[in-house]
Design a protein around this ligand. Structure first.
Ligand code: TPP
Length: 621
């Protein structure tokens, strides 16, 4: 096996060029085999095998710097930098991350996970190089999907004035997670179809360069603002900004890419190399279903079917269903996603009400201000978004939605621990970052029926509302507790005395389990379902503090700025002798791993919570 000879960085340079195709084949088989067991980002990685090989042949890592946008496509990079063993425990607790990590390898020069950051980071590395007199090459690799994110353009705008080399590789597979959207996607598609790898620009330039004074003509064409230039120069958009455009080049043809990379290295400015790849290449289920194999659960290699088919509904399914109902009931309800129609469950709404559905690309900031505009125009927008991705729209929530008190509903999926994607994706800050914004109201459902009820409440509320719910199976317990949602009111589930568990959202299920254990150990235990994290229900806090020895807050959010802090503060202002215990995620980043295991590690699992409560009760008596 050729792959066996690759034990560390730059070993690929010992491979004979005639063996590149075979090595690519071996890498693909390896990735399919491993990801079929661990799960992971298959499609993007299969598409980037030759591109990564070419970059490793071209660059001299770790001196040169290679930044992967999002970072989900860096598996071949990990393989070529001596991390083959890591794939046994890919994305598992204590195992190798599914994203680039500086602490994992000196060949990972910048941590990523969220999209559209690579050009900014690369530009920073370029300036750091120049200021310190370095000579290394810096390459940022960004996908066409990630090029829909505004930050990429802010970076390009900044990079356009460069008078030093900076290479941006645009890995264009014509897909985001789902179909890519918008004007840039259309523009790239035009280049792709017009050229079909037949690099007209290069051909014309090369011919011109061979004739006397041809170089001057080439310069003239570069500077010309004429339709002739449009004819010979694809990528005019970039060229007009001052960024050299090279390509398109076949991203599965290593010699062709190497040639263009060498040309790119000669420029004394920012240069975009447009590389065309196919998502899922070499594995037909992934080629046929790119969205499904973007982030795959373990699957059967022969059929591509998930190893453990899902049998229970998750919160995304519940949201998906309620959105179709809300859409039918009220024509003013519109839905917005930032490139996640599948992940957020909005696909069904899109199919039923295409004119009221908006996929804005990977552009969370724009999605929020766009929703504010829709609301100002009289509609009822629902922004469906993952908790960690909404982080980047903080100012838009504050400045565009909440100051104007506009009726925008935020359906925040993946709130809480998400598991194997790790620290960049954990949705553990939303209660904190939303709580500090005046006019924002925050709810969290205890079970699947409550998510439905909260969504119905939210679209008629008339101001900004966020509903946060976790990844995974929707809790089907406590079905009989379905009192109507009242603004700012918590729900009393069990009233017994001694210990009072005040739980937000997903932690109500945990509270039920903790109560069982406490009761077995002879304690009386009440449970309050918070429903509202902002505003908190002060009457409920007063009751909890007045009739119990110990009040315990439970939330799947960091301690700082979350639900528990509010309870603590409220209790501090009441005359009460009751003790208080805050169960929350410590103020730290939480790594990748199975959610149950992570909960244990950070002490918010049923067993640890029960023990902590018992200890606290002993201290109080
Ligand atoms: C800010 C942000 N929003 C959403 C995502 C989820 N996400 C991960 S990859 C991806 C699509 C990226 O498409 P592209 O850059 O073309 O890469 P490809 O997977 O096609 O190789 C999305 C939307 C993210 N990582 N970051």
């Amino acid at each position: 096996m050729l792959l066996d000879t690759i034990k560390g960085v730059n070993d690929i340079k010992n491979i004979d060029p005639s063996d590149y195709a075979e090595l690519a084949q071996e890498i693909r088989s390896f990735l399919i085999e491993k990801i079929s067991k661990t799960g992971g980002h298959l499609g993007s990685n299969l598409g980037a095998v030759e591109l990564t090989m070419a970059l490793h042949l071209f660059l001299n890592l770790p001196e040169d710097k290679l930044i992967w946008d999002v970072g989900h496509q860096a598996y071949t990079h990990k393989l070529l930098t001596g991390r083959r063993e890591g794939f046994e425990n890919l994305r598992k607790f204590g195992g190798m991350s599914g994203f680039p990590k500086r602490k994992e390898s000196d060949c990972d020069c910048f941590d990523t996970g969220h999209s559209s950051t690579s050009i900014s980071a690369g530009l920073g590395l370029v300036m750091a190089r120049d200021i310190q007199g370095g000579t290394n090459t810096v390459v940022s690799v960004i996908g066409d999907g990630s090029l829909t994110g505004g930050m990429a353009y802010e970076a390009l705008n900044n990079a356009a004035k460069l008078e030093t080399n900076f290479i941006v590789v645009l890995n264009d597979n014509n897909m985001s997670i789902s179909e890519n959207v918008g004007g840039m996607s259309k523009y790239l598609n035009n280049i792709r179809t017009a050229n079909a790898y037949l690099d007209i620009k290069e051909g014309v330039y090369n011919t011109l360069k061979e004739i006397p004074k041809g170089n001057k003509v080439v310069e003239g064409i570069r500077k010309a603002k004429s339709s002739f230039k449009h004819l010979v120069v694809p990528g005019m958009f970039f060229e007009d900004m001052g960024i050299t455009y090279l390509g398109p080049v076949d991203g599965h043809n290593i010699p062709a890419m190497l040639k263009v990379f060498q040309e790119a290295k000669r420029t004394r400015n920012a240069v975009i190399v447009h590389v065309i790849t196919q998502k899922g290449k070499g594995y037909s289920p992934a080629e046929r279903h790119p969205a499904r194999f973007h982030g795959a659960e373990p699957f059967d290699i022969a059929t591509g079917i998930p190893a453990k088919p899902r049998t229970t509904a998750n919160y995304t399914d519940i949201f998906s269903t309620v959105m179709t109902k809300l859409g039918a009931r009220d024509e003013k309800v519109v839905a917005i996603t930032a490139a996640m129609p599948d992940g957020t469950g909005l696909k069904r709404f899109r199919n039923m009400y295409p004119e009221r559905f908006f996929d804005v690309g990977i552009a969370e900031e724009h999605a929020v201000t766009f929703a504010a505009g829709l609301a100002a125009g009289g509609l009822k927008p629902v922004v469906a978004v993952y908790s960690s991705f909404l982080q980047r729209a903080y100012d838009q929530i504050l400045h565009d939605v909440c100051i104007q008190n506009l009726p925008v509903v935020f359906a925040i999926d993946r709130a809480g621990l998400v598991g194997s994607d790790g620290e960049t994706h954990q949705g553990i800050f939303d209660l904190s970052y939303l709580s500090s914004i005046p006019n924002m109201h925050i709810m969290a459902p205890k079970n699947k029926w409550e998510l439905s009820d909260m969504m119905k409440f939210a679209v008629t509320f008339g101001g900004p509302v966020a509903i946060r719910y976790p990844r995974g199976e929707a809790y089907g317990g406590l079905k009989e507790y379905r009192a109507p949602i009242e603004f700012g009111k918590a729900e009393l589930i069990y009233a017994e005395g001694e210990v009072c568990l005040m739980a937000a959202g997903s932690m109500v299920k945990t509270a039920v389990e903790v109560r069982e254990r406490l009761k077995n150990d002879g304690y009386k235990c009440s449970i309050i379902n918070a429903r509202f994290v902002k505003p908190i229900d002060l009457t409920a806090v007063r009751w909890a503090a007045g009739y119990h020895k110990l009040v315990v807050s439970l939330e799947e959010n960091v301690a700082s700025g979350g639900y528990g802090e509010k309870i603590r503060e409220a209790m501090g202002q009441m005359k009460t002798s009751a003790g208080f215990l805050q169960v929350a995620i410590p103020d730290e980043y939480v790594e990748h791993g199975n959610v149950e295991q992570l909960k244990k590690e950070i002490g918010i699992d049923t067993e640890t919570i029960t023990e902590r409560i018992k200890k606290e009760m002993e201290n109080l008596s």
